[in-house]
Write a protein that binds this ligand. Sequence first.
Ligand code: SAH
Ligand code: SF4
Length: 356
Amino acid sequence: MPYENDEKNSGSVPAEPRDLHTLTHGELQELLSSLGQPKFRAKQIEEWVWVKNARSFDEMSNLPKTLREDLSRHLTLGGVTEVARQVSSDGSRKYLLRYQDGVSVECVGMPTKNRLTVCASTQAGCAMGCAFCATGAAGLTRSLTSAEIYEQVMHVRDDFNARVTSVVLMGQGEPFMNYDATLGALRRLNSPDGAGIGARHLTVSTCGVIPQIMRFANEPEQFTLAISLHSAVQKTRNALMPGVRKYSLVNLYNVMGEYVNKTGRRPTYEYALIGGINDTEPELQALCDFCEGTLAHVNLIQLNEVDGSRFHPSTEARAEDFVRRLTSVGVEATIRNSRGADIDAACGQLKQRAGH
Ligand code: SAH
Ligand code: SF4
């Protein structure tokens, strides 16, 4: 089935050249018929754009030369420009990518033996203001379109020249403050007419925008959901994550119950351990209470240091205490090692260095 773009635009033959990435299937067909071309060309062109990530019309070798010229008169191919990159000793690569309007975002490719995970951004910056996060400190520049989110993944794929096996939307930005574009990107990543990545290998991480969690639960695809919890004590969470203060932990608990009932899928709770803040005994007890008896996986991560921040990571021993206690009350828990820490590509560190 042809993929329908989520961004609606009107008019078939644009006066100003439009980015081909923003055309729906129907609009592309209309443009082609106005150029006297058969409808099947739309599918060929979309394959160049979405599967092969063509960067110029000249690459589209199965199209007649005259059509390629016509297309380049009516459309642009948008695309991202790589402005900078850093390579970590663990093989991760962080890219600074710039869009046509000059706005740039970061994304990261993380290879392991047979896998390639991409961490992509959904917004340039973020308005949620979490106290421990480098992206939050910089504020929001703008939300990205679904094509812009998608293009990050294709850029990493082409750079590694390898199939992307999973995508986590854990770069800059809050995906659920940019819901439609995020879903559009996920669908394109999932589609056989796009990147063809299994829905379960596509993960959205949210700081907990409750109305959108329910909406996400009702989407037909089996996408994976991660919630940034970071504290199960209301007062602490309010201080750490002021952007979601209005969505209380009780409401979060309830909506996650509904999410599990509805989808049968296990959500992940992200918990960055911050020494003396959310790693104390009452905090551990509250976390156990929040998760006990629910379907949950707790991902513990040592806080990544952010320049100028008053927060510091816990000790390894404390992280192990957390795993032991959670396990003892029947809650799955693991300690996740952050990748790319030496290049500031680890969680919450994107956007840290001046000029990046
Ligand atoms: N806005 C979304 C997704 C992007 S952040 C969200 O908050 O979930 C991706 C993950 O990195 C989140 O779990 C976030 O809480 C975490 N994070 C942010 N700053 C961090 C830091 N300094 N150390 C460790 N994890 C951090
Ligand atoms: Fe935004 Fe997520 Fe950072 Fe919070 S942790 S400021 S929601 S990117």
